[in-house]
Design a protein around this ligand. Structure first.
Ligand SMILES: NC(=O)c1ccc[n+]([C@@H]2O[C@H](COP(=O)([O-])OP(=O)(O)OC[C@H]3O[C@@H](n4cnc5c(N)ncnc54)[C@H](O)[C@@H]3O)[C@@H](O)[C@H]2O)c1
Ligand SMILES: [Zn+2]
Length: 362
């Protein structure tokens, strides 16, 4: 089992990664000094698979637990579910010393994390991520949130977990499309910070897509290391952390115009990465070879690199709206070399439009 530290002073915590690491949950709970009650928050797909085992392991740690099951799906990442959860926590006897265990993908992690951040002004929580997106991204870094009808992740808090437990074996039941979509975020980590990781992703597509857990472990671990280092340096996204949003300014706009229905988040990010590469080329920061290489890698994982029907005007409007809602500058993360990106706030509408347009023919 590998351990990675997220170094945040007294809020530091460990990410444990391996195969079968769920079984180490009693030691993890003992290690953070958890006692009393725990609420295991999961969803209607993951709960039937892993909640009983998790509850048994919590019991072995000498703790009482209740399982709270959210309906699966992004549409349940909303404030009403926080109120429901807090009600369940109270009924189960949770108090300020209790613990939340998020067992699921990014939706469960974000909702359970925000419930933990707000219940009695904040209780501790542990992340047990069960999707690639959650393992390589959302379970690390302490961003928790629910969506508002006017925007994604609008109501939330920074609340770091006390531990992250990544068990590769939990991926065995993950649907293929979810696996591929999550890998877009791992490829993204290669592009923004680690050319070696990108090369590994290029070379290992066959083993990874065959769900060879050993082959999958390296990108998960490297992604966590990269994210842990960035978060340790810039927890509140005042600078460096925004690099993790590579492909996301375009990607979020694509998700918005498709009402989060056509593409999974990782698929929209893959398209966004292609648009960001076109932008990099237009700005003279990378050659055409960069986009070709990135496209080939994304394609090897069955991820989309073009969308001929993309409604460019609407997508631009969505990006503008997102910027207005968040009242910041429209920030684009642009590649300069494999493993290196820069942040640009000086991108013109015409340049952004051209990058979206490139997706119609890429
Ligand atoms: N907080 C952050 O820093 C951060 C970062 C990235 C993404 N996110 C958020 O994460 C969410 C997306 O997360 P996601 O892609 O994990 O989606 P998800 O949580 O909806 O999970 C995808 C689907 O897979 C199912 N599932 C999960 N694990 C499974 C398993 N092991 N076996 C079988 N089925 C399983 C789920 O029930 C769901 O139907 C978005 O809301 C996004 O905003 C947050
Ligand atoms: Zn993402």
């Amino acid at each position: 089992m590998d351990c990675i530290e997220v170094a945040l002073g007294e809020r530091s915590y460990l990410i444990r990664i391996g195969q079968g690491t769920l079984e180490a949950l009693p030691e993890v709970l003992a290690g953070i000094g958890a006692t009393g009650h725990a609420a295991i928050v999961t969803d209607s797909n993951v709960g039937p698979l892993y909640a009983d085992r998790t509850a048994e392991l919590v019991r072995r740690a000498g703790m009482a637990s209740v399982v709270c099951t959210l309906p699966a799906g992004e549409e349940h990442k909303r404030l009403a579910r926080i109120e429901d959860l807090c009600g369940e926590f109270l009924e189960a006897g949770l108090d300020r010393g209790s613990l939340v265990i998020a067992l699921g993908g990014g939706v469960v992690g974000d909702v359970a994390g925000f419930a933990a951040a707000s219940f009695m002004r904040g209780i501790r929580y542990v992340q047990i991520p069960t999707t690639i997106v959650a393992q390589v991204d959302s379970s690390v870094g302490g961003k928790t949130a629910v969506n508002h009808p006017l925007g994604k992740n609008i109501i939330g808090a920074f609340h770091q977990p006390s531990a992250v437990l990544i068990d590769m074996k939990l991926l065995e039941t993950l649907p293929d499309r979810e696996l591929r979509a999550g890998l877009a975020e791992a490829i993204k980590h290669g592009v923004i910070a680690d050319a070696e990781l990108f090369r590994y992703m290029e070379e290992s597509a066959a083993a990874i897509l065959a769900k060879d857990l050993t082959a999958l472990e390296y990108p998960v671990r490297r992604s966590c290391e990269i994210k842990a280092a960035i978060v340790a340096e810039d927890e509140r996204e005042r600078g460096l952390r925004a690099n993790l949003n590579y492909g996301h300014t375009f990607g979020h706009a694509i998700e918005a115009v498709t009402h989060y229905e056509k593409f999974l988040h990782g698929e929209a990010v893959a398209l966004g990465m292609c648009a960001a590469a076109s932008l990099g080329e237009a700005l003279g920061l990378v050659g055409a070879d960069f986009a070709a290489r990135q496209n080939a890698c994304l394609t090897a994982y069955g991820l989309p690199v073009s969308w001929p029907e993309l409604p460019v005007g609407e997508a631009l409007e969505a990006a503008r709206r997102d910027k207005k809602v968040r009242s910041g500058a429209m920030k684009f993360i642009v590649p300069v070399d494999m493993g290196r990106v820069v942040q640009r706030t000086d991108v013109t509408e015409t340049q952004a439009r051209k990058a979206f347009e490139a997706l119609r023919r890429a």
